[in-house]
Ligand binder design. Structure first.
Ligand SMILES: [Zn+2]
Length: 102
């Protein structure tokens, strides 16, 4: 089986993808059981996605602030739907505004 030297294999990429998904699933039930802190989850997700060149989906990106790494909860985020069909997400921790297309 041919394998490029030093390149990441499909298997490694798949593994990275699975790790990211797992970390995001931690964010959801983190409020009750603390396996890993939400901030740590975000940092790990960013690290893995950068290292393995895994682009996060728009849905995943809208779960945390890329500027200050805080996980969006009901208290630190404001969602707005613009009349052009954009979803505007404002991080109330640092004031950063993100726009996502629905
Ligand atoms: Zn922020």
């Amino acid at each position: 089986m041919p394998r490029g030297r030093g390149r990441r294999t499909k298997f490694q990429e798949k593994l990275a993808r699975e790790r990211i998904e797992k970390l995001f699933s931690f964010l959801h039930y983190n409020r009750r059981s603390t396996i890993i802190s939400p901030d740590k989850c975000v940092k790990l997700v960013k690290l893995i996605s950068k290292r393995y060149n895994q682009r996060l989906s728009g849905k995943d990106k809208s779960k945390f602030c890329r500027k200050c790494d805080s996980v969006f909860t009901a208290s630190n985020v404001r969602f707005r739907i613009s009349n052009k069909g954009w979803r505007t997400v404002t991080c109330l921790s640092c004031g950063e505004i993100y726009r996502f297309q629905i």
